[in-house]
Design a protein around this ligand. Structure first.
Ligand SMILES: C[S@@+](CC[C@H](N)C(=O)[O-])C[C@H]1O[C@@H](n2cnc3c(N)ncnc32)[C@H](O)[C@@H]1O
Length: 216
């Protein structure tokens, strides 16, 4: 059985994709370059489930793209809960705001248009229940360091694309200038030994790393 067939079976035996997300997925594929960056049906349902379990009051997302994961994560928000999401590309702003409004979430979502490093410096007073790191992979370690001490004990950090198309595996032959893959590998290795988090790497889609925040 192929990986594709298994994923299709899993899609068909999971909660159906909500209509607004299906519309966003279709629009993303029709109108944007690299539509595969969007989270998509199955992983979106996983993010929704995790959010429902945590019932977060405060969520941080680094890397919004079209807002697909933003809407999925928002499904589990506590009453009056809030998401801060950061996107560096201003061309994405109007679409994100349109879909956040269509989901009835305008008062629950703050979209920051800017570089994540700059925006995170403005959010140092926040305490996060749930963090989703999904921007420029070369900065996974930097973003982790910037936010990990603001995640409450028992909170969850999720990092996407940690398998990086299989290139994260040590046997994969790397080109000399492949700095992204080196950064992904270094980050994945680092968190194995960081006492502030307990890691679980889910080998689904492009790899989703769950990091439970300890009290350390
Ligand atoms: C993989 S996509 C995010 C997908 C989205 N989280 C989802 O699951 O649907 C990565 C996004 O991060 C944005 N990005 C890249 N570098 C960034 C930076 N330094 N600061 C903020 N956003 C950045 C990109 O423009 C892109 O839209």
């Amino acid at each position: 059985m192929t990986e594709h067939a298994i994923q299709t079976y899993a899609d068909h035996h999971s909660e159906p994709e909500p209509p607004l997300l299906r519309q966003l997925w279709r629009e993303t594929h029709l109108q944007l370059l690299m539509p595969r960056m969007a989270t998509g049906h199955w992983q979106g349902r996983l993010l929704s489930l995790l959010s429902h379990l945590i019932k977060p009051s405060s969520i941080l997302e680094i890397g919004t793209f079209t807002g697909y994961a933003t809407l999925c994560l928002a499904e589990g928000l506590a009453k009056n809960g809030h998401i801060h999401t950061i996107e560096v590309n201003p061309e994405r702003e109007s679409r994100i705001r349109r879909y956040v409004a269509a989901a009835g979430l305008s008062s629950n979502v703050t979209l920051h248009v800017g570089d994540a490093g700059d925006v995170l410096a403005e959010l140092v007073g926040e305490v996060w229940d749930l963090v989703f790191i999904d921007a420029d992979k070369i900065n996974n370690g930097r973003y982790f360091e910037l936010v990990v001490n603001q995640v409450r004990p028992g909170g969850l950090l999720i990092v996407d694309n940690v398998l990086w198309g299989g290139k994260a595996l040590p046997d994969y032959p790397l080109k000399a200038n492949d700095h992204d893959t080196r950064a992904v590998r270094a980050f994945n290795d680092h968190v194995q030994h960081d006492p502030r988090v307990v890691p679980l790497l889910l080998p689904v889609r492009d790899g989703l790393l769950l990091l439970r925040r300890t009290a350390a």
